[in-house]
Design a protein. Structure first.
Length: 635
């Protein structure tokens, strides 16, 4: 074989090898492309799932890459910025917000990526109209499959209202601190002045003990107006304090000015001397005239004496009481304001039971005098003890405040709303007869039943027992008789199941419920009635405790809580369609509330398990009716 033939043969073999290598490479590239398509499809699905998850989160959420560009944002975040999600994706902080704010966000992201730790910060968030919200943000680093940090994720919650409240709280504290400092300075100044006055009095007392030779010094330093008048009505002694009090110097007074000129009128001056001579002393408050014409109120004491020659002279001592009188007037005003505060319930800002005793008698006498009707409504929140037991007394206090505020809005402007005590309230409505007050009470019941009470964490609805009376249909000798009558009617309403309006008509007795006797006597019947009332209240407290116990199931198993509410609603509707008596309907409602009570004794692992129960677990959960029966049997 020639050399050319060998060369051609080798070239053909090399070309064949290269073709085979290219075919293998093409096959590998096709497989790689196929895998990329699968990966892209998975990535797209994953991205859609992430967006779906993020959009279902009520809080603000986003994902960023290492350059702080948004990869994914949820709709809540876009709304907070005043933009659409697609307007944010692919953009960096500097593309959206002012430089200072964007650099702050970027610095936080960089810190999280460098430290590898999540960070919680409070920061502002501005929309495109520069409206600023405050958010609490948790920023967390994102890791790749190889453990490398590839970006950050953030979840934020709107805390603007909390920030406003904190700012108001800071302002209130600052104002309080200023007031405390001012008040402390005033008290310190007053104490210092009092201390100086006490020291001055002590010094004067010490001088008095030194005898007659210190008399003139005493006159000079005594913080009283001291003057001596001779028989001709001229001043012969005039103290330094007298100069300060009335503005006249010794030179202007002694031997030159009659005492008439320092009195408001001539009659006053003559009356002072005449009374001093007749009674042996003049001791009273009087008005003196200052040199510049203003009037000074003083406590004046004038004592008549005789000099060594037997001629009458008058020693006068006067204390300026203008400031004291002003302080007394301020004290009277403060006492008046204090009396108003004593009549107010501190928690609800409604009138309290002390005010009830004053207003009911006044309204009763007015209604009796002018022959006008007078209505009284008493409301009691049913099973309120269960609210305190389940949610705590702080939540219960919040509900009481909301209830009082809502009640005040729903009555007439001139109706008097009183917190009688605890969860009991009284409305005094002048001018309403029995029919009108029943309409008002029913409207209150229906509207308050629909109202949601509570906070962002817990929302409840209230049931009410309401009793009404109206004078003169419901007779009473005094205003307090109407209160006693409506209290008895309210007890009947609660005994009948509560959440209803009762008057004396529902009791089948239109006579006066409470017989008042001018000469009240404690007899066996009165004591028996008190014991029965206390027993009913004790039993009611026990029932409320059981219903509070049942309410805890909702906290343990939310599904059971909703199921109980639905059961109550359906059973009540069925009972109404069947036309059952109200008493039976109430018993059935109570049974519906308590029918799952036994679940309190079942493990939460079983109650909250989402998978199918095992045979042993199913046997365990079937015990809850027996547990409920054992709890209720003693009651």
């Amino acid at each position: 074989m020639s050399d050319d033939t060998n060369l051609n043969h080798k070239a053909e073999e090399r070309l064949g090898d290269e073709i085979k290598f290219l075919q293998i490479r093409i096959t590998e590239l096709e497989k790689t492309e196929s895998r990329h398509k699968v990966s892209d499809e998975l990535l797209r699905k994953t991205e859609l799932q992430q967006k779906a998850i993020l959009n279902n989160i009520p809080d603000i959420a986003w994902l960023k890459d290492r350059e702080s560009r948004f990869i994914v944002v949820n709709e809540a975040f876009a709304r907070s910025c005043g933009l659409r999600p697609e307007e944010l994706v692919g953009k960096a902080d500097l593309d959206i917000w002012p430089r200072e704010l964007a650099e702050r966000y970027r610095a936080d992201d960089k810190e999280v990526m460098e430290s590898g730790k999540r960070k919680c910060v409070e920061e502002p968030l501005a929309d495109k109209e520069n409206k600023v919200l405050w958010i609490e943000t948790i920023k967390t680093p994102i890791y790749s499959d190889k453990g490398e940090i590839i970006g950050t994720t953030g979840i934020a919650r709107d805390i603007t209202e909390r920030k406003k409240y904190e700012e108001k709280l800071r302002e209130a504290r600052a104002e309080l601190e200023i007031r405390v400092k001012v008040r402390t300075a005033d008290l310190s100044r007053t104490n210092e002045e009092l201390r100086r006055e006490i020291e001055e009095h002590r010094r004067v007392e010490k001088d008095l003990k030194k005898g007659e030779e210190r008399y003139k010094m005493l006159i000079e330093y005594l913080p009283l107006l001291v003057a001596v008048i001779d028989e001709s009505g001229k001043f012969i002694v005039w103290s330094k304090y007298s100069e300060k009090l009335l503005g006249y110097t010794k030179e202007e007074v002694i031997g030159k000015i009659s005492q008439v000129e320092v009195h408001e009128s001539k009659e006053d001056a003559e009356n002072v001397l005449r009374s001093a001579v007749k009674e042996g002393i003049y001791d009273d408050e009087i008005k003196l005239r200052h040199k510049d014409g203003k009037i000074v109120l003083v406590h004046l004491v004038v004592v008549p004496f005789k000099d060594k020659d037997g001629f009458p002279i008058f020693y006068g001592f006067a204390e300026d009481i203008s400031k004291r009188k002003q302080a007394e007037n301020e004290l009277l005003k403060s006492n008046k304001r204090l009396k108003q505060l004593v009549l107010m319930d501190e928690q609800t800002r409604l009138y309290n039971h002390r005010y009830l005793g004053e207003v009911i008698e006044a309204e009763y006498q007015r209604a009796k005098r002018y022959a006008h009707p007078l209505a009284v409504i008493m409301l009691d929140i049913d099973y309120f003890k269960s609210i305190n037991d389940v949610y705590g007394h702080q939540f219960g206090d919040l509900v009481i405040k909301q209830f009082a505020r809502q009640l005040k809005k729903m009555v007439r402007r001139y109706d008097v709303v009183i917190r009688f005590g605890g969860e009991e309230f009284i409305i005094i409505s002048p001018g309403l007869d029995r029919v009108q007050v029943l309409v008002l009470a029913q409207r209150l019941l229906e509207m308050l039943n629909l109202y949601n009470f509570g906070d962002k964490k817990h929302v409840i609805k209230l049931k009410l027992s309401i009793a009404v009376v109206s004078y003169p249909q419901d007779r009473a000798i005094r205003g307090i008789g109407l209160i006693n009558s409506v209290d008895q009617i309210l007890n009947k309403a609660k005994e009948s199941g509560g959440n209803r309006v009762y008057s004396s008509l529902e009791l089948g007795n239109t006579k006066q419920l409470l017989q008042e006797n001018k000469h009240k006597q404690v007899d066996v019947h009165l004591l028996k009635g008190k014991i029965e009332k206390l027993t009913k209240r004790a039993n009611q407290g026990l029932v409320e405790a059981i219903f509070a116990f049942a309410k805890t199931i909702e906290l343990k198993d939310h599904y059971t809580g909703e199921h109980v509410e639905n059961t109550v609603r359906y059973t009540t509707g069925i009972c109404e369609k069947l036309g059952l008596p109200k008493e039976e309907v109430e018993l059935i409602k109570q049974a519906a509330v308590l029918h799952d009570l036994g679940k309190i004794g079942i493990s939460e692992k079983i109650l909250l398990k989402r998978a199918k129960l095992t045979k042993k677990e199913f046997t365990e959960i079937k015990k809850h009716p027996q547990i409920g029966a054992d709890i209720l049997r003693p009651i």
